[in-house]
Ligand binder design. Structure first.
Ligand code: MG
Length: 386
């Protein structure tokens, strides 16, 4: 039985992960569940799975959480408690489904403890890719991507590592604004931007899909996961979200992974890895129904942040850290109605152009740059806010 720690268990990926584990109770035992504020759902999950450790981000909810529990686990809270909870979890695998750069420190802690990592928190690699991958190599820790595109490409490359690769291709649905006329982007509301056509996801990633920053972050994530230069990582729009990722080899062959549009597949793959799941978590893809698969290039005029992120993937250093932190602040400000949809890019571009990149191999430096970019973005927004 594999002991699994789940960070971010009340979010979209976390809930799906609990659901997958619920159906495979003989193979997994959850030792840690966590949330930032949603203590009611955390208590429900905890009473069902009985992990020894719980983490609640906001200290003021710790007592409410305790009041709902039917047993007595160790409870960690506050920013400093996050890494502590991982340390105490005694897990073999950390499934990191946190949102944002806050996921970096617990990933590093897991690697330090020789815990394998199923990574749904792409910001871990966007912000600390160099540090994380070199440490994982040293500790012989397996990082399995839960992000659907990367999980697919991980599978495409498996068994083909000796074969000359020409490029990998990340597919993108194009998000809810794919067909919107350019002159209407100014007036996009949070509700409109949250309305994703194929994937049901959390708010942050849904807005990132609408700007296509999500795909930009995924380029940087892929750069570190597969140790490839940004020039070998392409993005293609595929509105049906059936082909999840592709690897093109120098002889012209493309290997791809197709599957239902469900995160439970990369989740079950990563939970069982390097073993294999005994069954599919959702209904199989029905090819006989007739699939219409379209592919076309993204329009960078419509999605300027994709271009900015590609540039960050080439430059590296601390540029991706600034890109990510300023974007996190800008997305929240857009959701709070403080800035327009088209201001998100201005915040990010402003932060990047005001930053002098340095080497990104020291956690202290990364945290400082992350904090600087957040402050820059907040000030930018407060002077610009409508
Ligand atoms: Mg993805």
């Amino acid at each position: 039985m594999k002991k699994v720690a789940i960070l971010g268990s009340t979010g979209s990926i976390g809930v799906t992960s609990c659901d997958v584990i619920r159906k495979h109770r003989d193979d997994f035992c959850i030792t840690l569940l966590s949330t930032n504020v949603n203590y009611k759902l955390l208590a429900e999950q905890a009473n069902e799975f009985r992990p020894d450790c719980l983490y609640i981000g906001r200290k003021e909810f710790a007592e409410d959480l305790k009041g709902l529990l039917k047993y007595g686990p160790k409870i960690f809270s506050g920013p400093e408690g996050l890494v502590e909870s991982v340390k105490n979890s005694d897990a073999k695998l950390l499934l990191n489904a946190l949102i944002g750069a806050v996921g970096l420190l617990p990933t590093l802690e897991a690697i330090k403890l020789s815990m394998d990592v199923a990574l749904a928190n792409k910001e871990t690699l966007v912000v600390g890719g160099e540090l994380v991958t070199s440490m994982a190599k040293k500790k012989n820790v397996k990082i399995t991507p839960v992000d659907s595109e990367h999980n697919a490409i991980f599978q495409c490359l498996k068994g083909n590592l000796e074969r000359p690769l020409s490029r990998i291709i990340l597919t993108a649905s194009g998000g809810p604004l794919l067909g919107l006329p350019l002159d209407q982007f100014n007036d996009v509301s949070p509700k409109q931007a949250l309305n994703h056509p194929t994937w049901g996801m959390g708010k942050k990633i849904s807005i990132d899909s609408a700007t296509m920053m999500n795909k930009g972050l995924e380029i940087i994530e892929a750069r570190w996961l597969f140790d490839l230069p940004a020039e070998m990582i392409d993005v293609v729009i595929h509105p049906q979200s059936i082909v999840h990722g592709m690897a093109e080899f120098s002889d012209g062959s493309i290997i791809s992974v197709l599957g239902p549009t469900s995160m439970s597949i990369p989740i079950i793959y990563s939970l069982y890895y390097p073993e294999h799941a005994p069954s599919a978590p959702v209904a199989m893809l029905d090819l006989a129904k007739g699939l219409n698969l379209e592919f076309f290039a993204p329009d960078e005029k419509r999605f300027p942040l994709l271009k900015t992120a590609k540039m960050a993937a080439k430059e590296l250093g601390t540029v991706p850290t600034v890109l990510n932190a300023s974007n996190e602040v800008a997305v929240q400000a857009f959701l709070d109605g403080k800035i327009k949809f088209t201001d998100i890019r201005l915040v990010v571009e402003g932060a990047i152009s005001s930053h002098r990149s340095v080497k990104a191999d020291d956690i202290k430096v990364l945290l400082e740059v992350d904090a600087w970019a957040r402050k820059y973005a907040e000030e930018f927004i407060s002077t610009r806010g409508r």
